[in-house]
Design a protein around this ligand. Structure first.
Ligand SMILES: Cc1cc2nc3c(=O)[nH]c(=O)nc-3n(C[C@H](O)[C@H](O)[C@H](O)COP(=O)(O)OP(=O)(O)OC[C@H]3O[C@@H](n4cnc5c(N)ncnc54)[C@H](O)[C@@H]3O)c2cc1C
Ligand code: SF4
Length: 528
């Protein structure tokens, strides 16, 4: 008999949410997480520690297609990348689930329609306390419930930007946001509305991340066990290669094997592919679940640009990530292909510029950078990155992640920037003063900025062109599931985490059915 009913490998948006959903069933669940708890310390909120010293970035070395090493911007902690994320929790658009024609090709249809995911989006918004306002964003998909919390208010400078955009005929909206902010009762609000949110851990545990709202609630159940510092390095199978029989783990310098009836891999898109490829065997010579040769392929991470607009007047905004604009999501003036999403990003600071551009800012006096930051209004532009088979994860000579990547939709990306400049020139910001900025690219190797990584194990109905079936179970192995962003067949142009969370709840329902356990609904008892 297996020691556990389910092993979940990885505790981020996908794995953490799944564990939370399974926890009330009473089934024996083991979460294996290679990272540790993210320490709560003053450095959580210090830009120098986070952006210059890379305090919370893994020491991993990955390799690009030419074999050049780089340090990926990945975060190994309980809660995964959500510990550092900006908590912009968007649903994909309904159209993203269908086929969409882009400048550089076709974004393929998902094997399930939006309607099938909708109830799980609603549940994920409830779990992750999403604040928002329905009806403002013209591209918003239908929803069966209101946002569970009211939208986070704009501060005056952003409200002015919103008013200016509306006056110019645009449709800005309050961005959906996962922070535990109670603006009506600030003395009791968990979130204190601080300037160090997007890209920082939350010192007061007020960010709706997977540690706080998924793993900790799951651990309230005595049937759930978490092992930290436990890196899964290989999955073993039976002789026929049809069932995973063991998860081999490196922990505290020891190699251990854990067994369970079902195994769920959720290590993040690159690392899940790595684990499957590293589990090659006689029956799976190209890697586990890889008869289709699709494991590792179709890696996507958004064609993103962080743009710092220098406003004529100072921008004293503290929490800036409250506004979004999807007017160019499906096209633009004289453009009949999708351009993408525009949203605010966390307010920039002098230390961030030093972290992002160490060479260019080395000789700059602090006051000049402070002056730039004082007037900066910061935007994040995302254009859909198309799935391309050659954009792929393989294993380097030493078993590390090797990432071959060539960008797509570059014309659409530039056009989105052009549209932003055009609209900002009408809103009190000098378009000639827009400076491109690479918020999460601290060096010049673009593949290092893998915050929005997805693809590599896409789900689909045809085993010849996908790794997972519609339930995110491997076509070739009866008891193996994958629930991180690697299941995405396409990535859309909005942030990916809520879709991973919603899908984890969806897959969790299938797993509970399979285990003969009752469907779990409602909050665990202790969650306020
Ligand atoms: C700075 C930053 C800002 C972001 N902002 C946003 C945002 O505003 N909105 C949004 O939607 N998304 C945002 N994202 C992206 C979002 O965080 C990810 O899309 C999401 O966390 C992906 O979920 P996942 O489950 O695929 O992977 P992760 O959340 O990364 O979880 C993977 C987990 O697996 C663990 N792991 C890896 N390998 C192994 C192994 N071999 N054995 C055991 N454990 C392993 C990792 O330590 C990690 O805990 C941001 C990301 C970053 C880095
Ligand atoms: S804004 Fe709120 S959720 Fe974000 S880091 Fe600050 S206190 Fe935490």
């Amino acid at each position: 008999m297996s020691s556990y009913d389910v092993i979940v490998v990885g505790s981020g948006a996908g794995g953490g949410t799944l564990a939370r959903h399974l926890a009330p069933s009473g089934k024996r669940i083991l979460i294996l997480e290679r990272g540790d708890w993210l320490p709560r310390e003053p450095g959580n909120w210090l830009a120098r520690d986070v952006f210059v010293d890379n305090r919370y970035v893994s020491q991993d070395t990955w390799y690009d297609e030419k074999g050049r090493p780089f340090q990926p911007q990945v975060h190994y902690f309980v809660g995964g990348a959500t510990k550092l994320y900006g908590a912009a929790l968007y649903r994909l658009r309904a159209e993203d689930f269908g086929e969409l024609r882009h400048r550089d090709g076709v974004s393929p249809a998902w094997p399930i329609p939006y309607d099938e995911m909708e109830p799980y989006y609603t549940e994920a918004e409830r779990i992750y306390r999403v604040h928002g306002a329905r009806g403002e964003d013209p591209t918003e998909p239908p929803a069966s419930a209101a946002y569970p919390y009211p939208a986070v208010s704009h501060e005056p400078r952003i409200q002015q930007l919103s008013d200016d955009l509306e006056a110019a005929g645009h449709r800005p909206f309050h961005a959906p946001c996962g922070v535990m902010l109670d603006e009506g009762n600030m003395p009791y609000s968990t979130c204190v509305r601080c300037p160090t949110c997007d890209g920082f851990p939350c010192l007061v545990h007020a960010k709706a991340d997977a540690e706080v709202l998924a793993v900790r609630p799951a651990l309230e159940h005595s049937n759930v066990t978490l092992l930290t510092g436990a890196e899964a390095v290989r999955l073993e199978t039976n002789d026929a290669g049809t069932v995973v029989t063991g998860v081999v783990v490196d922990r505290d310098g020891e190699r251990e094997t854990y067994t369970s009836d079902l195994v769920v891999v959720s290590c993040g898109a690159a690392n899940s592919a790595k684990l499957l490829l590293a589990s090659a065997s006689d029956k799976h010579p190209r890697g586990l679940a890889n008869g289709s040769d699709q494991v590792g392929r179709n890696y996507m991470f958004h064609a993103s640009q962080a743009v710092l607009a220098l406003s004529k007047e100072p921008n004293p905004t503290v929490f800036q990530k409250t506004l979004g604009l999807n007017d160019f999501y499906f096209g633009g003036p004289d453009v009949d292909y999708p351009l993408g999403n525009i949203q605010m990003v966390g307010k920039s600071s002098a230390e961030m510029y030093r972290g992002e551009k160490p060479l260019q800012t080395r000789l700059a006096p602090q006051w000049t950078l402070d002056k730039v930051a004082e007037h900066a209004v910061d935007f994040w532009l995302s254009t859909e990155d198309l799935p391309v088979p050659e954009n792929r994860v393989t294993l380097g000579a030493d078993g590390s992640v090797a990432l071959a990547y060539a960008p797509t939709n570059d014309v659409a990306k530039k056009r989105l920037m052009h549209e932003l400049k055009a609209i900002l020139s009408k809103t009190g910001m000098h378009d000639e003063h827009l400076l491109p900025r690479h918020a999460y690219l601290k060096n010049e190797i673009p593949v290092a900025g893998c915050a929005h990584q997805a693809g590599t194990c896409r789900f689909g109905r045809d085993p010849a062109s996908s790794v997972l079936d519609v339930d995110c179970r491997a076509h070739e192995l009866d008891n193996l599931y994958v629930v991180d962003t690697s299941f995405f067949p396409s990535i859309g142009a909005v942030n990916p985490a809520l879709t991973a969370m919603a899908n984890a709840v969806r897959v969790g329902e299938r797993i509970l059915e399979r285990l003969g356990a009752p469907a779990a609904h409602g909050e665990p008892a202790h969650v306020a």
